[in-house]
Design a protein around this ligand. Structure first.
Ligand SMILES: Cc1cc2nc3c(=O)[nH]c(=O)nc-3n(C[C@H](O)[C@H](O)[C@H](O)COP(=O)(O)O)c2cc1C
Length: 249
């Protein structure tokens, strides 16, 4: 299941972990180079750790509490973008206020006129620091957890195409997405997956989605680097638009 990209991600992840442990040891022993080790680790892991604002969870933003944000109930579109995305501290981008996957989801909705719905956890138990988040996600994956999401999805009967996106978490969909796949009826629809990642690409999102939603047809997916979504938006918009054109949208 692991790809070359995910190996790179994991190696970098372990390197950062080691550097942080080393820094902690040096600090405990009062060694003067502790600060340098900490900053080296922080530099590799985050590029804007200096942001002082309290990270805001997307769940905390009252304007989009798990509701369709594009068109509401009278929308005429038969396309929907469903996505899960996190703010706070993320890999290689530091503390972000707009999730990487959210940025791509919005580009898809903008180009296709689709409705947009953000999957939010029912109780926001996901930490806002990267290290802690990876631990929680790993445990959920190991336990095959099915974390509850907030509210109800929009009425799926009016949509024939659903774009579904999430960050790659440990070479897989975040477990909360399986809750979405298993608790809703996507049969007869075209499902088009997209991911943001830092090396693992699509991580088999398409095959895993097909396995979870056997009555649906799964189309060609798109994988975007999270760092590009954050920092190279016009390049990403070009990739998103090219992919949509290829798919006939
Ligand atoms: C818990 C966790 C696990 C991750 N696992 C992977 C991985 O296996 N492969 C990878 O390429 N990136 C991995 N990443 C990086 C994210 O996929 C990437 O930063 C993504 O763009 C975050 O998107 P978001 O801001 O929409 O949440 C992981 C990040 C987190 C927080």
């Amino acid at each position: 299941m692991a790809t070359g990209g995910s190996e790179v991600f994991k190696e970098a992840f372990m390197r950062n972990k080691l550097a942080l442990v080393l820094a902690a040891v040096l600090m405990l022993t009062g060694c003067g180079s502790a600060a340098a080790a900490t900053s080296a680790a922080a530099k590799e892991e985050t590029t804007s750790a200096a942001v002082e604002e309290e990270p805001t969870s997307s769940a905390a933003k009252e304007e989009t509490p798990g509701e369709t944000t594009n068109a509401g109930t009278d929308s005429k579109t038969d396309k929907l973008v469903l996505y899960f995305s996190r703010t706070g501290e993320q890999y290689t981008v530091g503390v972000i206020e707009h999730g990487n996957t959210a940025i791509v989801a919005e580009m898809i909705a903008e180009k296709t006129g689709a409705d947009l719905f953000e999957i939010l956890p029912a109780d926001d138990h996901y930490p806002m620091t990267y290290q802690e988040l990876t631990d929680v996600a790993k445990r959920e994956q190991k336990d095959k957890a099915r974390p509850a999401y907030k509210g109800q999805l929009p009425d799926l009967s009016k949509y024939s195409t659903v774009f579904i996106g999430a960050p790659v978490w440990w070479d897989d969909w975040p477990m909360i997405m399986y809750t979405v796949f298993e608790n809703n009826d996507f049969s007869g629809k075209t499902l088009i997956p997209f991911s943001t990642h830092e090396g693992s690409g699509l991580s088999g999102f398409d095959k895993k989605l097909q396995a979870a939603c056997s009555g649906a047809e799964v189309g060609k997916g798109l994988a975007i680097r999270g760092n590009d979504a954050q920092n190279a938006r016009e390049k990403v918009r070009g990739s998103v638009n090219g992919w949509l054109t290829e798919l006939g949208f």
